[in-house]
Design a binder for this molecule. Sequence first.
Ligand code: PHE
Length: 464
Amino acid sequence: MKADGRDSWSGQLAFVLAAAASAIGLGNLWRFPYLAAKYGGGAFIAMYVALSLTLGFVLLVTEIAIGRYARQSQLTAFGAMGHPKWNALGVLATVVPLCILPYYNVIGGWVAKYFAAYAKAAFLGRAGVFSDPSAFFSQFVAAPWEPFVAMVVFTLAVLAVVVLGVKNGIEKANFVMMPLLLAMALGLAAYVASMPGAWRGIRYYLVPDFSECGGVGKVVLGAMGQMFYSLSLAMGIMITYGSYMRRRDSVQKAAVRIVAADTFVAVLSGFMIIPVVVMFAGGQGGERPVIDAGPGLMFATLPGIFDSMGPAGLWLGLLFFTLVIFAALTSSISMTETCVASVCDFFRVRRAAAVVAIGVWSVVVGSISAFGYGRWSCLSLFGLPPLDFFDSAMNVLTPIVAALTCVFVGWSLRPKRIIAECRRGGGGFRFAAFYVVMVKFVAPLLVAAILVSEILRIAGVWSV
Ligand code: PHE
């Protein structure tokens, strides 16, 4: 504990690991490989790296520095910096994780279910459980109670870590889960690369192909939207995590490392997934295989492929879903912590009370999404199942929060305050001029472009 009573990370490594653990999630595993395959392979990867190191870096530095300066979570941070009028932005930035958390935990429950099913099948030697993976998935999400129970189990696991606090809970959990996650991802990617025929998939993943990517604009927007979600930006998370950062540590170095770790795991996931899909489910000869997005890839295509590998596939599936569950747990922990910290800062209650409140919120609101494909499938919000509706709504809300944060820093607070915070203690900040131009002009415009493309996508006019 610090003198101000606020918990803090034990050091720079713990902070970077926690932020990276939040950033590395389902987005890296199920969305990045799919987008890279869709948008011209190597060209998309290069674009993604360039955007992460510029726009991603600037937004990350901004959020971390706001948190560390204010020593408050996002709900009260803006006011604590002497700008009470901007507290409304804090409220908006708190609505985002409050709304994402419940349905993210529903998906976490799905992952937990697959993890348990693979563990059971692998240890009991029961192949064939996933012989019809699409039916397995649709029956599971439509079952009367199972998705709800799975969500509750996943949520309880997350709450059990968060209730222990920043240093004793979150930090320790990350120190166990993150190295294991990395080792499993490296091991799986190496195994896949050693399979005969893997080169065709690797080439497909890495060699730029502009014939089907739909133009540079789509590639840039696709990369930008993905980067944004993948770095857990505009959800208050990096503000809250920054508020636990020690003053003597370097914000600049931490931000670069977080971007590097997140990008590394995203690219690695492609090596793990794309060759497998191309080898087993891809088209013959020169045909370009169609790779499913998101849930389809993770809960149907991959289990189908593992199944075709016989008993060894069960162990591969178990390893893969262990990796996925770690990624989902650490991301959910970061979101839960953000919500819990906001409740603690605002209502000045104890952590345990805030954890109970957020747990109840998550389970009650999450049940709308958990039952949304089965028991309550008649429920539709603007023509969408509840989970899809919340997801779309959040894709619109996050760019709004990010753009307003840039306007706040660029035009109200002034960038020099952020730069000064970065220069406090150790480390320095070498990109001051670049930062000012980015946060005042470039970042708000780029983020506005994501917003417009998202609205057009939802309206069904145009899709990235
Ligand atoms: N950044 C995570 C990912 O890449 C997703 C996430 C969303 C994490 C919301 C925390 C909060 O999957």
